[in-house]
Design a protein around this ligand. Structure first.
Ligand code: APR
Length: 353
């Protein structure tokens, strides 16, 4: 099952368990702790009183009461003291112990806030990295729908180096769709038809929308191509291969299992089995790109896979440019890609059917 990053108030998230960033007393406080106690009602505090507190890094479970969830898992994050007081290990154990409790109580979905990233002062980018790293480890051999709930964007920071280079890449490549592109080149099979006047040539227009009578070879003759003909023939051969057939071929070529493929694509099993069982399955663009990341495709292979689903990468879409950035840099960690997409308010890759 996937990890979804969402903007919301965790007390509004309807799932099996929500995680509270509590303090050792478990008797309530500010931030997410205060919000959860207010929304759950006084019975939550009454049950917490019976727990006898909770040491940092550990987790305890109560009912959800008036919250839209069955359980609240209370965990106590470390207070940031510069990083030399085992803060990282303690924060990691908050996620591990909370996930272990959720699993023990047969939860199918759980929502986390960014533990310690508020009053406890944990550096935000590092707290996010630890959260997604622990969640990824857990999801590698468990199926659980996990929400990482971001209450306000100030507390959501991806690493500065990534932000800087991503910002630069977007600046260099993003083309606002409202700008005039009179010399836009037309493409066919991903190949360019260079036109003198910015309009497609008459022949190309006929070929790109051939009448049923026009044979493929007539189309090819009419298509003044920049590329050698044999490349196009190769492209035509590949075009018979459907989207899902290419995915399955790449899985075999990479020597990975179906499970590894859909988990690395941040996808659930149901969605993947639809792709596997239907030769002509038509995915959404985020699903197609999630598989390109999972299969660690090159940019050219990604373009080919997208084309089989009827899509193309566009420089007037920040979503496309951000994904292209990761593929060009061979960064195939889908959680990092999703963090970057989330920080630019874009759709995420993968997810469920
Ligand atoms: N929903 C989701 N996330 C929230 C909400 C909410 N309603 N309110 C706050 N957050 C976010 C904050 O923006 C921050 O990113 O939760 C994250 C954790 O912030 P805190 O709640 O301050 O928790 P933490 O940093 O772990 O400090 C815990 O604060 O509230 C007290 O009793 C708590 O003493 C404990 C300390």
């Amino acid at each position: 099952m996937p990890l979804l990053i969402i903007r919301n108030d965790i007390t509004k998230v309807s799932c099996d368990a929500i995680v509270n960033a509590a303090n050792q007393s478990l008797l309530g406080g500010g931030g997410v702790d205060g919000a959860i106690h207010r929304a759950a009602g006084k019975q939550l505090l009454e049950e917490c009183r019976t727990l006898g507190g909770c040491p940092t890094g550990e987790a305890k479970i109560t009912n959800g009461y008036r919250l839209p969830c069955r359980y609240v898992i209370h965990t106590v994050g470390p207070i940031w003291q510069g990083g030399s007081h085992h803060e990282e290990q303690l924060l990691r154990s908050c996620y591990r112990n909370s996930l272990a409790l959720a699993w023990k109580y047969q939860c199918e979905s759980i929502a986390f806030p960014l533990i310690s990233s508020g009053a406890y002062g944990y550096p935000k980018a590092e707290s996010l990295e630890i959260a997604t790293d622990e969640i990824r480890r857990f999801l590698s051999d468990h199926d659980l729908l996990i929400y990482l709930v971001v209450f306000d964007k100030m507390n959501f920071e991806i690493s500065r180096t990534l932000t800087d280079s991503l910002e630069e890449f977007i600046d260099q490549n993003y083309v606002d769709k409202h700008e005039d592109h009179s010399n836009r080149s037309r493409s066919f099979f991903g190949r360019k038809l260079i036109s003198e006047t910015g309009k497609s040539r008459k022949g190309a227009k006929k070929a790109s929308s051939p009448s049923p009578m026009v044979s493929d070879s007539a189309c090819l003759d009419a298509m003044p191509m920049e590329e050698p003909l044999e490349d196009l023939e190769q492209a035509l051969l590949q075009i018979d291969e459907s989207f899902s057939e290419m995915v399955l071929r790449k899985i075999d070529e990479k020597g990975i299992t179906d499970v590894e493929c859909y988990k690395r694509a941040n996808m659930d099993r149901k969605l993947f089995s639809k792709i596997r069982s239907n030769r002509l399955y038509k995915p959404t663009k985020p699903t197609a790109l999630a598989l390109a990341i999972s299969l660690e495709l090159t940019l050219e292979e990604t373009r080919e896979l997208l084309m089989k689903a009827g899509f193309a990468l566009s420089h007037s879409s920040k979503f496309d440019i951000i994904v292209e950035y990761f593929i060009r840099n061979h960064h195939y960690d889908i959680f990092r890609v999703n963090e970057a997409l989330f920080s630019y308010d874009q759709k995420l890759l993968g997810l469920s059917s």
